[in-house]
Design a protein around this ligand. Structure first.
Ligand SMILES: [Fe+2]
Ligand SMILES: [Fe+2]
Length: 158
């Protein structure tokens, strides 16, 4: 079972996986409306999810979770390097969603990358944290993550 400190991040992951699948299906023409209209709708949905959820989510990982794990769990270092590269690629791809050229391909790639990224965090990073962090450390990290997420979306935290 997921440690309580990581549940808010796992909650975002759950929604992110569903959206990643929709992006790929849209790009493959498996969801209506098809064509450019559907692609634009899905791009808009991805942009909104990014600004509301993924931005603070990445911030919480980059400022709290990753630094803690780097200092306490040295074997997480290479994995975190990869995950940071994914964050950069996702940010860069998101910034290109406005240009309509190659939108289907870009949506597919972003959906694919987002899914692979989330699965690595859930299957590799989080288990390392749960194995090595003490209950006190996990609680402190969890509170700091909450603070960043609540600051970004105050209404969802009431
Ligand atoms: Fe991440
Ligand atoms: Fe994440």
């Amino acid at each position: 079972m997921r440690d309580a400190s990581l549940i808010p991040l796992s909650h975002d992951h759950h929604h992110g996986l569903a959206l990643a699948l929709r992006c790929r299906k849209q790009a493959l023409g498996q969801i209506r409306p098809m064509g450019i209209q559907g692609l634009k709708e899905r791009a808009g949905e991805l942009e909104e999810f990014f600004s509301r959820n993924l931005k603070p989510h990445f911030q919480a990982e980059e400022e709290i979770l990753f630094p803690f794990m780097r200092s306490r769990i040295p074997q997480s270092e290479a994995l975190i390097e990869d995950l940071l590269k994914d964050h950069a690629a996702l940010r860069e791809g998101l910034a290109r969603l406005d240009g309509a050229d190659g939108l289907g391909r870009l949506l597919f790639e972003l959906g694919d990358l987002l899914e692979r990224h989330i699965r690595r965090e859930e299957r590799e990073l989080f288990p390392l944290f749960e194995k090595h962090a003490t209950p006190g450390e996990a609680e402190r990290v969890g509170k700091e993550i909450e603070k960043i997420l609540a600051f970004a979306n105050p209404k969802s935290k009431i």
